[in-house]
Design a protein around this ligand. Structure first.
Ligand SMILES: Cc1cc2nc3c(=O)[nH]c(=O)nc-3n(C[C@H](O)[C@H](O)[C@H](O)COP(=O)(O)O)c2cc1C
Length: 424
């Protein structure tokens, strides 16, 4: 049984809640409260994982990211049954017949594999396109899911060519099914950019602004813009999306990659008829890169978009509750998981929730909002790090420094004074 820290020191049996980051000394505000220590189990109620994002209520912040885990009715139903906070379906477009996939379309990077193929998967490349299932089929399945799970959050991911009427038609059709929100895929790095879709729009701020305006003039549900990391400064398109009416930003989609070259055959992977094409990198290996992108977007949102209920959905390499906590500490409202589900299965959500609760208990956080964005304040420029370190070293030296000259000599504390003069 853990003793509580100073943040839980209370003077009676009811726990006093303080805002996150509230100095410990101020928490013992009245004399009555000082000196009482009580045990965690006496006061701690179960941490609350529920979140409300753009008016959407979710039992937890864990969202199935668009991709194979949201490819059809059966798997999305499984996701709801396992307890995922929300589900984002595989990206749909008006004409699925134009979407032609190849096989193989995945390649994996393993740790400690030594070529055995048995190591833990740390990186995943795909050259999969958006959904190749007929739109009508997907729409019927959305309708069915909303009928069976009216209180759960189903989000449609959509993508279209740069044509206003096409976007309007697609929005109309997905909204008719009763979905709760829309995520716009401005970020698929392969295949679709050749048709001026996906990352081709997300990398062109002018075009992005125009398309976002069409979308937001039409949509009646919250809209999240999913950003590509394959751009120099991800905050630029994220800002454009929010300025153009989107309620939220999601980041990141996959990182442009070439998984490797087979040293026996000399052909690249994944190998289709002897050839390959750069694809999208995901899984554990991308988590640090995703953290950096999410951190930049969160800083931008904090400085420029505080007036409205804008949201941030973080994505990239989440496999543990700790990975999710990191994103939330940077300011994310929700955390999406795609490859993690493909590697570990839908019941991963149970482990994610349990681990996130463990983290919250460790710090006595009772809700997600209590620690959301808390670590953002600890990022600064490298120049500032140098300045702070110089200041800290000077302070330490000053504390160690003894008497500078004979005139400071008093003779009191003879041993100390003489030693300090010798060490100067
Ligand atoms: C096989 C595969 C297919 C994907 N398909 C889509 C898609 O259709 N639409 C989309 O927005 N993102 C798609 N993604 C990207 C993921 O949603 C996610 O942004 C990315 O993989 C990083 O998260 P992760 O490390 O949790 O997978 C796909 C990812 C993978 C691995």
């Amino acid at each position: 049984m853990a003793l509580l820290g100073s943040s839980q020191i209370v003077g009676n049996s009811s726990s006093v809640k303080f805002p996150a980051g509230f100095p410990a000394w101020k928490r013992c505000g009245s004399k009555r409260n000082v000196g009482f220590r009580i045990f965690a189990s006496e006061t701690q109620s179960e941490p609350d994982l529920s979140v409300t994002v753009n008016g959407l209520n979710m039992p937890n912040p864990f969202v199935i990211g668009s991709g194979p885990p949201g490819t059809n009715y059966k798997v999305m139903k499984k996701a709801f049954d396992e307890g995922w906070g929300a589900v984002i379906a595989k990206t749909v477009s008006l004409d699925a017949s134009k979407v032609i996939n190849v096989t193989p379309r995945y390649a994996r990077l393993r740790a400690e594999a030594n070529g055995s193929g048995l190591g833990q998967i740390i990186g995943w490349q795909n050259i999969e396109l958006i959904s190749d299932r007929p739109l009508e089929t997907m729409l019927q399945e959305f309708k069915q899911l909303k009928k069976e799970y009216p209180d759960r959050i189903l989000i449609a991911s959509i993508m279209e060519e740069c044509n206003k009427a096409s976007w309007e038609e697609l929005i109309d059709r997905v909204e008719e099914t009763g979905i709760d929100a829309i995520e716009i895929n401005f970020s698929c790095p392969h295949g679709m950019p050749e048709r001026k879709m996906g990352a081709a729009v997300g990398q062109d701020c002018e075009l992005l602004g125009e398309v976002c305006e069409w979308i937001n003039a039409k949509a009646t549900v919250p809209v999240w813009a999913k950003m590509t990391p394959n751009i120099t400064d991800i905050t630029k398109p994220a800002r454009v999306a929010l300025e153009s009416g989107c309620e939220g930003v999601a980041a990141i989609n996959t990182i442009m990659s070439v998984m490797g070259i087979n040293l026996k055959t000399l052909h690249p992977e994944p190998c289709v008829e002897g050839y390959s094409t750069p694809g999208g990198y995901s899984a554990k290996a991308v988590h640090p890169i995703a953290l950096a992108k999410v951190m930049s977007i969160a800083q931008m949102m904090k400085s420029d978009f505080t007036d409205k209920d804008y949201s941030l959905s973080a994505i990239g390499g989440v496999e543990t509750g700790g990975d999710a906590a990191e994103f939330i500490l940077l300011g994310a409202n929700t955390v999406q998981v795609c490859t993690g589900v493909m590697v570990h299965g839908y019941d991963l959500v149970g482990k994610l929730c349990a681990e996130l609760k463990d983290f919250m208990r460790m710090h006595n956080f009772s809700s997600i909002e209590e620690f959301r964005g808390m670590s953002l304040q600890y990022f600064t420029t490298h120049m500032e790090l140098v300045r702070m370190q110089k200041e800290a070293i000077q302070k330490k030296k000053a504390m160690k420094k003894g008497l500078a000259s004979d005139k400071d000599w008093t003779g009191d504390g003879f041993v100390k004074e003489s030693e300090s003069m010798v060490s100067n």
